[in-house]
Design a protein around this ligand. Structure first.
Ligand SMILES: Cc1cc2nc3c(=O)[nH]c(=O)nc-3n(C[C@H](O)[C@H](O)[C@H](O)COP(=O)(O)OP(=O)(O)OC[C@H]3O[C@@H](n4cnc5c(N)ncnc54)[C@H](O)[C@@H]3O)c2cc1C
Length: 367
């Protein structure tokens, strides 16, 4: 018998689940208020890093490797094969933990001289640089749309409407009421407004900046990079968009629906100072673009992927991307199918219970 699902949200997480279920023969209705990867969604940016390093955490290391495989299977052109370099400020920090975990999981990585990777780079504050040569840059918005479109090609019906929960039912703003064997809510930064009574997410403003750079800074060529202890990451000039620098400090609280998309002056200052510090030849180069986005952060930066406590396995909540849903999306979609059907027990650390704030899967810093 064909099983049915309603998936709400066509960001990378909702699209991953809709795609996975539709391709497994489920009858899927995929509800989205606007469009997959629209500009206010977390999935609406042009580029996202996809890397396997997650410190000592093997679960996310393996899941991101699987996701990379699945993105390439969807379309190899979605991933720019640039590699990602980690600027390690300590011998015994996140990068050393990552190196050990990557090696144990069979993921290639090597310590390199960053002067071979970047046209100009400051290294006097670095203990070493770890390169993940098989990591890359995902063409994020395009990739999100490609997933959602493949779901439709596999038979999913895409419905453009705003949805609200009514017990196990999904009520649309056009008056329709949808019922299904399983409902998955994957509404990114909009989750607290819908399910604030059962899940805890902080929504923060995150800004990314694009700077003018000469041709030698093109990515691929120049890899993506992350400075975990410096709370910054970026990449070279991908497709002529400019060299990207993103402060990874937690920004101020943000409302994805009503917030004005104006960058925070402190974020711009941070990005300019980081650029001048790490890549001295680019100090003072013009800012040519910027974009305001939002994180939806759980206390420990692990995802939420759990049944709603009042509706058993019929209603699932999926979110809390915490700055890393692209590097796991399609693999998480695969796991979600197994959890929804009961083929596997859901990951307990993605549950709705209390979280400890003492771990983080992304860089953390202060302004
Ligand atoms: C600056 C920045 C940098 C990042 N860098 C990386 C990175 O390098 N690598 C990485 O892996 N990740 C990165 N991320 C994180 C990643 O982009 C997000 O985790 C991911 O896009 C979130 O996807 P989502 O599907 O949960 O939510 P969204 O993409 O926000 O999608 C939610 C969707 O639900 C829809 N929706 C909401 N409410 C309703 C409703 N009531 N009815 C119908 N539809 C509704 C919305 O319209 C939206 O389309 C970054 C994020 C930011 C902001």
């Amino acid at each position: 018998m064909t099983r049915s699902a309603v998936v709400v949200g066509a960001g990378v997480l909702g699209s991953s689940v809709a795609d996975r279920l539709a391709r497994s023969g489920w009858s899927v209705r995929h509800v989205e208020a606007l469009a997959p990867g629209h500009v206010r969604s977390g999935s609406g940016d042009e580029s996202r890093l996809i890397r396997a390093s997650h410190g000592a955490d093997a679960l996310h290391t393996r899941m991101s490797r699987r996701a990379l495989e699945l993105w390439r299977e969807l379309d190899p052109a979605l991933v720019a094969p640039a590699g990602v370099a980690w600027f390690a400020r300590r011998e015994d920090g996140w990068e050393a933990d990552s190196e050990a975990t990557l090696t144990a999981c069979g993921v290639p990585c090597e310590r390199v001289d960053p002067e071979f990777l970047f046209p100009s780079v400051r290294t006097d504050d670095l203990a070493f640089t770890l390169l993940e040569p098989e990591a890359g840059i995902l063409h994020a918005r395009v990739a999100c749309r490609a997933l959602a479109d493949r779901a439709v090609a596999a038979g999913a019906e895409r419905i453009r409407a705003v949805a609200r929960p009514d017990g196990e039912r999904v009520v649309l703003d056009d008056g329709r009421v949808l019922e299904a064997d399983v409902v998955v809510w994957a509404c990114g930064a909009w989750m607290p407004a819908l399910f604030g009574d059962v899940l805890s997410l902080r929504i923060t403003q995150q800004d990314v900046f694009y700077f003018a750079a000469p041709g030698a800074w093109a990515t691929p060529g120049v890899p993506g990079w992350v400075d975990y202890d410096g709370a910054a990451y970026g990449l070279g000039d991908l497709d002529g968009r400019g060299l990207k620098v993103a402060p990874d400090v937690d920004g101020p609280p943000f409302d994805a629906e009503t917030g004005e998309r104006r960058v925070h002056p402190e974020h711009e200052r941070f990005a300019r100072e980081y650029l001048a510090h790490r890549f001295p030849a680019l100090a003072g180069t013009p800012l040519i673009g910027a974009r305001t986005c939002q994180y939806e952060i759980t206390e420990d930066t692990w995802f939420v992927a759990a049944p709603h406590p009042e509706h058993g396995a019929r209603v699932w909540l999926l979110g809390g991307g915490s700055g890393h849903a692209f590097k796991h999306g399609p693999a998480l979609g695969e796991r979600m199918e197994a959890w929804i059907t009961g083929a596997e027990a859901a990951e307990p650390r993605f549950g709705l219970g209390p979280r400890s704030a003492d771990t983080s899967l992304r860089t953390i810093g202060e302004l």
